[in-house]
Every structure is written in C-alpha cells, then in structure tokens.
Design a protein around this ligand. Structure first.
Ligand code: TTP
Ligand code: CA
Length: 357
C-alpha cells in the first residue's frame, strides 16, 4: 500500500513586474501610472501594453491591451519601452533566491516560480519560509511579490493571485475547495475566454458551480470533464519539475506599418535573432527548437518551427532557421508582426539533481 504524502506547494509571482523594475530604478515614478510597452505615439501607436503599474490599472489599462487604447484611457501616464535585458537580470536574481532554499523549484515564466515545500513539514514552517523569501527579495531587488501556498500547484497559483500586490495567502488542504468555490471559473489556469463562455452558457460561473457539476462537465468535455472537476476541487497531482529556468526565450516586433518588403522583414528578423541569442548566452542555455511567428494584416497568425538534433547555442543555426522559416511563411498578404522563439531549452546545470533540503 502506498501512503500518499500531502504536499505543500508555494507559488511566487512578482507584482507588476516590468513596471516595478522601472519604478525601482527611477524613484520619481513611484505612485505614478507607468505603462510598459509599445510607443503610444500620441494615441496613434501600434502594438500592445506589456504591463502597467497598479496606479495605471485604476484607469483600466492592462497587459495585451492595444497601446492606443491605453493612451485613450490614461493620456497622462508615463510610457516606457521594455528593457528586456534588465528584466532578465532581475528575474535571475529572484530565481536564485528561490533556488538557494534548496527545495525543488520550477520557474514557469520570467516572474513566476513554484517551490515544493513538503519537506518543511508543515504550513507554519512554509509560512515562515515565505515571509523570509519576501524580505530577501525586497532587500535584494527593492521589489514586492505575492505568494500563495496550498496543497497543489493549482491552489498555490490561484492563491498567489488572491491578494496582490505584496500578498501572502495560505490555503491548507482542508480549506482548498471552500477557498476556490466563490471564485470565477477563469481563475483556473487553462480556462480561457472560450471555455469560460461555454461554461457560462451551461450556467457555470464560479468554481463552486464546477465542483457541483461533474455530470454536466462529463457531458460537455468527456474525460476532460473529470480533470476540470478535480482542478475545481484543488486536486492537481502535477509535480514541481525541479528545474529552474525559462521554457523558452522569445521576442516579437510589431511594424509601424504593415509590410511585405523582404528587406525590412529580414532586417527586423536579424534584430530578433541577436536579441534571443544574447538572452540565450547570458543565461548559458542551449536550444533545440526555433519557431517563427507571423501575424498578417487582419490578425491571422501562423507559426512554423524546426528542431535540430543536438542542443546548440550557435547564432548561425538560429539565423539560418529563422530566415528559412520566415520565407516559408511569406504569403500574398502584408505582415503586421513577426516573432522568434527558442524552445526545448537545456539549462547549464541540467542533469544535476536538486537536493531535497
Ligand atoms: P504577469 O505576472 O502576468 O503580470 P505583472 O507581473 O506585470 O503583474 P501582476 O502583479 O498582476 O502579476 O506578467 C509578468 C511580466 O510579463 C509583465 O510584467 C510583463 C510581461 N507580460 C507581457 O509582456 N505581456 C503580457 O501580455 C503579459 C500578461 C505579461
Ligand atoms: Ca507577475
């Protein structure tokens, strides 16, 4: 018979990350609405908002919103272009603090990571560790983060988002289902607008509705319904992978005006190649897969990828593949945006095992 150990999982997420990094190095921006993203060009700019400070969010500005809309909502805001190398640097400082705890950690984005704290022995010890992390990250970087602790990744992630900024939310196993019940269904990672709408049409708006609706979920989603029902109860067996580091490195550029000029496209791609390669070598990673994304006039988007047999950090490999993939994606239409991603990454310390404590 196997005895199931109850796990204690922590999820940490930096608060308004890019914007906070900018405010940190320019204290005169503190308390102001700060918006990071494309140049608004007095309201006629193209491209989107990467993130906004909490002050700017009060105006309704948020990530992925067209920059022109952000400008209409908040013309008095401070608009800054992203400084990716700086954010990558701060991110690695934060992630190093998490790794130094010695507990298994899994970085899931530039500013988010899970830790498996089961070995601390209890929620009280996990809470002490979480407070220590907040203090250390603040002392080192000047930034705040929000932390959730729970019995699974899904609960920890939803809990870290529950009280922001500078939050700490602890949800022990026996409270997980009741904690989740009143929250809207889209708080569950993976439920996008489409599934959210479909669930809403079936009368399911809160996670509690999902908890009580196994029959309906099975009818609508088949076996996927069981998985969704379990997530709604906070049950999620997925493990903290135990490896740090990003899953991919990517950059994209939106053109000021849609273009089909091969030279302009190639020149822009060259810039993206250098950026992702710089980031790759700074992190001492190697990649196996190169993906090019193209968004055509009218928003249709296509991607094409190619994987090489052996891990590489060679800029010439990236260059050859990126330009070839881009050529394959050229169509009769003009292009609004191109992007480049390196994935299947190998971390410098991959292969070494993480010590439990
Ligand atoms: P998030 O963690 O989603 O957002 P955030 O840290 O800015 O704010 P919050 O306090 O709500 O966590 O994303 C982390 C960074 O990733 C964010 O600072 C900017 C970048 N980002 C984009 O560039 N585009 C996007 O659409 C999103 C969501 C994030
Ligand atoms: Ca964040």
């Amino acid at each position: 018979m196997t005895v199931e150990t109850k796990r204690i999982i922590l999820h940490l997420d930096m608060d308004s990350f890019y914007a906070s990094v900018e405010v940190q190095r320019r204290p005169d921006l503190a308390g102001k609405p700060v918006i990071i993203g494309a140049d608004p060009k007095g309201g006629r700019g193209r491209g989107v908002v990467a993130t906004a400070s909490y002050e700017a969010r009060k105006y309704g500005v948020h990530s992925a919103m067209p920059i022109s809309k952000a400008y209409a909502l908040c013309p008095g805001g401070v608009y800054l272009p992203p400084d990716f190398p700086r954010y990558a640097q701060v991110s690695s400082e934060v992630m190093a603090v998490l790794r130094e705890t010695g507990f298994p950690s899994e970085q899931v984005s530039i500013d988010e990571s899970f830790l498996d704290l089961t070995a601390t022995g209890g929620y009280r010890q996990a809470e002490t560790l979480a407070r220590g992390l907040k203090t250390k990250i603040r002392a080192l970087t000047g930034l705040t983060c929000s932390i959730g602790i729970g019995p699974s990744k899904v609960v920890a992630k939803i809990a870290s988002d529950y009280r922001k900024p500078d939050g700490l939310t602890i949800v022990p196993d026996e409270e997980a289902a009741a904690f989740l019940a009143p929250l809207p269904v889209w708080k569950i990672p993976g439920i996008g607008p489409k599934t959210g709408k479909e669930l809403g049409a079936a009368g399911m708006r809160t996670i509690g509705d999902l908890q009580a609706g196994l029959e309906v979920l099975l009818g609508r989603f088949g076996r996927g319904g069981t998985a969704l029902h379990r997530l709604a109860l906070g049950i999620d067996e997925s493990e903290v992978a135990g490896r740090g580091g990003p899953r991919s490195i990517s950059r994209e550029t939106t053109f000021g005006e849609d273009t089909d000029d091969p030279e302009a496209l190639a020149a822009t791609m060259e810039g993206l190649i250098r950026d992702v390669h710089r980031n790759l070598t700074e992190e001492k990673y190697r990649f196996r897969t190169v993906t090019v994304k193209v968004r055509y006039t009218g928003f249709m988007t296509k991607t094409k990828a190619h994987s090489v047999q052996h891990y590489s950090d060679d800029i010439r490999t990236i260059r050859t593949l990126a330009h070839a993939l881009l050529r394959d994606l050229l169509a009769e239409r003009k292009i609004r945006l191109i992007g480049l991603r390196l994935s299947d990454l190998e971390a410098p310390d991959q292969g070494q095992t993480t010590l439990g404590i």
